[in-house]
Design a protein around this ligand. Structure first.
Ligand SMILES: [Mg+2]
Length: 326
């Protein structure tokens, strides 16, 4: 029931969002609430807001301000920002969001929303399926009708923050990403693949990171990323890189984030699935079968220790596995 108000990501402030990451995931347009999202309620654009919009333009984003406030307020804020804007937007109604996307020329998949209120900002964006970021309100002093809403918001946020992630671990080729994506889709949850997350954060492919900076560097990135995901997402379905849970530190972080499920698959199936895939640095070897068998043997115990549940996926389709997990 409360799920419809759950954001995809939560940040303490608009100004700590890593917008490069979202650009690298394919986002091209950002819709912003103004009051308490970008500046304190009723305030003009300040230096950091101006700098932020300059930076966003440089990265390549289109932006649109979406405010339920009247035209003079929005115009005043926008004077030094020079973004597209919509006033009296009627959030959480969908029309304002749709007009914003038209202004920016972006599709639902290319659009994200940043706002500070669950029952207007987040709910409206979620209804349309836009990537949705909630930020903590900038200034605690608010109008009385908002104060009441905040009380109800706290109830929803508390239930959201109690939600656990579902985390899929296992060797490469066991179907973590395919299964994770399907499961998330079915349950209207956010899906995160830690490899894809790292690639978007670094703006660089995993094989390039391995090649240029080495495995140790990549493994520390994985640890850093888990800490970050733990802060900004709840209730997500997360597929991890094959080596990620092997570090003790990571295994501990994972178990704090939610239910960890080990997808176990035989070497035969893995070989079959990875045939022709040249993007797996660990398999760039003369005898991949031997390498896989050796790694499976080495890792099985650690995967077991890091998980609460094991699923053998040989002979099952992704849909069948999802049905078991659902
Ligand atoms: Mg606001």
């Amino acid at each position: 029931m409360l799920q419809r108000f759950y954001p995809d990501y939560i940040y303490n402030s608009t100004y700590e969002i890593d917008f490069h990451y979202y650009y690298n995931t394919g986002i091209r347009g950002i819709i912003f609430d103004i009051d308490n999202t970008l500046v304190p309620h009723g305030a003009d654009a300040d230096e950091r807001a101006i700098v932020l919009f300059e930076k966003l333009r440089q990265i390549g984003f289109s932006t649109c301000l979406l405010s339920n406030n009247k035209e003079p307020r929005v115009l005043r804020f926008n004077q030094l920002i020079q973004s597209e804007y919509i006033y009296k937007a009627g959030k959480p109604g969908q029309k304002g969001y749709q007009r914003a996307m038209e202004c920016m020329g972006t599709s639902i998949e290319q659009t994200m929303f940043v706002g500070d209120q669950l029952f207007t900002d987040v709910w409206g964006a979620k209804k349309l399926g836009i990537t949705c970021v909630l930020v903590r309100p900038i200034h605690p002093k608010e109008e009385i009708q908002i104060v009441l809403k905040r009380y109800l918001e706290r109830i929803v946020l508390r239930s959201y923050c109690k939600k656990k992630d579902t985390i899929l671990i296992g060797f490469m080729g066991t179907g973590k990403s395919t299964i994770g994506k399907l499961l998330a889709q079915q349950q209207h949850r956010l899906f995160i693949d830690t490899d894809a997350y790292i690639e978007a954060k670094e703006g660089c492919s995993i094989s390039d990171i391995f090649e240029q900076k080495g495995e140790d560097y990549f493994r520390s990135l994985e640890t850093k990323v888990l800490g970050e995901l733990n802060r900004v997402t709840h209730n997500a379905v997360i597929a991890t890189g094959g080596g990620l849970p092997l570090r003790r530190e990571n295994a501990e972080l994972l178990s704090g984030m939610g239910e960890v499920i080990y997808l176990q698959t035989s070497a035969d199936t893995i070989l079959e699935r990875l045939k022709g895939d040249t993007t797996r640095p660990l398999l760039n070897t003369e005898n991949p079968r031997e390498r896989i068998e050796q790694l499976l043997l080495e890792r099985d115990e650690k995967y077991m220790a890091a998980s609460q549940k094991k699923l053998v996926t040989d002979g099952f389709s992704a849909e069948e596995i999802v049905a078991i997990l659902d």
